[in-house]
Design a protein around this ligand. Structure first.
Ligand code: FES
Ligand code: FES
Length: 230
């Protein structure tokens, strides 16, 4: 007969006891698993042979534009923005690059009657179109356009960096208003407002940022031309 309170020796209990040896074995196994992908990632990249062929260079494409009434044929890469084509290929640096990502409006030009951010569009997409830049707003070399005169009279700029885009945008804005286009600020889109309100002008010019804060004077200049007082 076996004693009632004699502890029994169970091999499975022994297996479940933590032991220093068992801990070290499992830690080593975990480290090996964790290190495996890293070791793979650190494999040296095969060096490119010196005589390997170079990838083909981007092939220039012809783009025909009428810019400020003059024909141009530019050879540009397909990735060239209209802004870079105007500035770097046509040599018309009046159009400014502010953000190069469609946020400031400094690059505004008029393409086939519509104002656009020229940094957000490719030159090849405008093949055959007419583009108006700030250099083309004046009807001739000596006479300023009404909006250009109004900007001077109303002191609508300080550093002037945003001004080419503001002038192109304001020129198109007035044409849009006279053609009956509504804006997000138009109270009733079935009717063209008799006068452009300050809110209408602010909304329609909202894509053009002025870091100098010349907004009140820009508004006054646009208003004077839109109302026929300039
Ligand atoms: S440069 Fe095009 S929007 Fe700023
Ligand atoms: S006049 Fe300086 S950013 Fe507009």
């Amino acid at each position: 007969m076996s004693p009632v309170n004699t502890p029994t020796h169970d091999a499975s209990d022994e297996a479940q006891k933590p032991s220093r040896r068992r801990f070290l074995q499992s830690a080593a196994a975990a480290a090996a698993v964790t290190a495996a992908p890293l070791a793979h990632a650190q494999q040296p990249v095969a060096a490119t042979p010196a005589n390997a062929p170079m990838p083909p260079a981007a092939v220039p494409m012809p783009v025909r534009l009428t810019i400020n009434g003059h024909p141009y044929e530019l050879q540009v890469e397909a990735r060239t923005t209209l802004l870079d084509a105007l500035r770097e290929y046509a040599g018309l640096t009046g159009t400014k690059k502010g953000c190069d990502r469609g946020q400031c409006g400094a690059c505004t030009v008029i393409a086939s009657g519509r104002r656009i951010n020229s940094c957000l569009t490719l030159a090849v997409m405008h093949d055959g179109e007419s583009i108006t830049t700030v250099e083309g707003l004046a009807p001739d070399g000596d006479t300023l356009s009404p909006i250009q005169r109004a900007f001077i009279e109303k002191d609508a700029f300080q550093c002037g960096y945003c001004t080419p885009g503001q002038l192109c945008s304001a020129t198109a804005l007035i044409a849009e208003y006279r053609a009956g286009d509504a804006s997000a600020a138009t109270a009733d889109v079935r009717f063209r407002p008799a006068q452009l309100s300050d809110d209408e002008i602010r909304e329609r010019m909202s894509g053009n940022i002025c870091r100098c804060g010349a907004y009140p004077n820009i508004l006054a200049a646009v208003k004077s031309v839109a109302s026929g007082n300039a």
